[in-house]
Design a protein around this ligand. Structure first.
Ligand code: F3S
Length: 397
């Protein structure tokens, strides 16, 4: 990999310890993936923020970088292990909260905005078509690549942070047009008209088109919320963090339809939905906002909860800035009147909640994966309406 004079000096430590360590990570990655050079990026999204996943070793590494490291581009964070302001309201232990705040402080010291969200594109960290970025949370990566047409690999937390501290990333993988070519046509004959059905499509895709870029045909219309859930699910269950949808996503028209083709019918979608559910109808936890909720979703939630009281713990995960926008519209007061809780900055996958709940209802296929795996919960997947009914009755119907 050819380095510029400035990059050589960074690697030699002339710009401090954090820049040197970051250059070591980026050049090692570049060598492994045969990148020709480092390329400038316009933004970064760093994962590995929850103390639950980082642990003490991760925190020490961050604290060391924070001694002299400063980010060179707009950088936001993935969800943390708690609502940074209202962790008590979500039942997070104080000891965990203190450690989580040390993590946030280390990131802030490096000049990173402590906006902890997997939907940074909803709160101002939104690249343009063709921009090179270094994002790490899988659903955000899938959305940026596919829906926006920006270019990013799925970075790990350390490589994303290194890219932020250098302002560059190695030029390989999905940064190159030739690697963005679709590899398999997914001809959808099923009617996909809800978030869980799009999540189910992601599940099917992950399983049958493992690690391939899909070219999806047969779709006439897709809400932004559906695409967010689809991208989250497809990467979680195994496909590459880039897809094209004929007539809908910005790069679809740049490529030929791949020769290999599979069909996804109603039968596959129904079977995927069944695979995402467990037995039992008693629900003790409802989780919406995976990926983090938008203001539009909050409007629908407020309407569905009007005049109702929830019977079980109900979290709506979202970016703090989205809650602030919703507050101005009176939605926060309306939703909280039902007993539902806002879980800003966090989500069920990264909060330390294992053992607290037995059976979660959600509209997200990705949430099912983490609820089962990380948190050993049973799952039910359905529409927002079904989830709210479960929150109000404690039953799945
Ligand atoms: Fe986001 Fe957490 Fe889901 S990071 S995509 S809300 S598992």
């Amino acid at each position: 990999m050819i380095l510029t004079k400035e990059e050589e000096r960074m690697l030699a430590g002339e710009f401090g310890n954090a820049a040197r360590k970051s250059m070591e990570i980026l050049t090692a990655l570049g060598k492994i993936y045969r990148a020709d050079r480092l390329i400038p990026i316009v933004s970064v999204q760093v994962a590995g923020v929850s103390y639950h996943n980082l642990g003490e070793a991760g925190l020490e590494y961050l604290a060391e970088l924070a001694e002299d490291g400063k980010v060179r581009v707009k950088t936001t964070l993935n969800p943390a292990g708690m609502d940074i302001k209202n962790w008590k309201g979500l039942g997070i232990p104080e000891e965990f909260a203190k450690k989580q705040m040390r993590v946030i402080d280390a990131f802030s010291k490096m000049g990173i905005s402590p906006s902890c969200t997997c939907t940074p594109y909803l709160i101002g960290n939104k690249p343009n078509f063709g921009d090179h970025i270094a994002w790490s949370e899988s659903s955000a990566v899938a959305y940026a690549n596919s829906v926006i047409g920006a270019r990013t690999n799925r970075e790990g937390g350390p490589s994303a942070l290194a890219a932020a501290l250098v302002g560059k990333t190695p030029n390989y993988g999905l940064h190159l047009k030739e690697n963005r070519k679709p590899e398999i046509e997914v001809a959808v004959s099923a009617v996909l008209d809800s978030t869980p059905k799009w999540g189910a499509l992601g599940y099917v895709l992950g399983r049958v088109a493992e690690n391939k870029i899909a070219y999806i045909t047969g779709i006439r219309h897709a809400e932004q919320e559906w695409l967010r859930s689809f991208g989250a699910s497809s990467v979680t269950y195994g496909s590459k963090p880039l897809y094209h949808i004929e007539g809908l996503t910005p790069e679809a028209g740049l490529f030929d339809v791949p020769k290999e083709s599979i069909e996804v019918s109603e039968a596959e979608i129904s079977s995927a939905l069944r695979a995402l559910e467990d037995d039992g109808d008693d629900i003790d936890f409802v989780s919406i906002g995976c990926p983090h909720a938008s203001v539009e979703e909050l409007k629908r939630i407020a309407k569905l909860l009007e005049g109702k009281k929830v019977k079980v713990e109900f979290w709506i995960s979202l970016a703090r800035k989205i809650k602030e926008q919703a507050d101005k519209l009176g939605l926060v007061r309306q939703i909280e009147a039902s007993g539902a809780k806002f879980a800003c900055d966090t989500c069920l996958a990264v909060a330390p909640i294992r053992g607290r709940f037995k059976h979660v209802a959600t509209n997200s296929a990705k949430a099912c994966f983490y609820a089962r795996g990380h948190n050993k919960m049973k799952t039910k997947i359905g529409t927002l309406e079904q989830c709210i009914e479960a929150a109000v009755t404690g039953k799945w119907r």
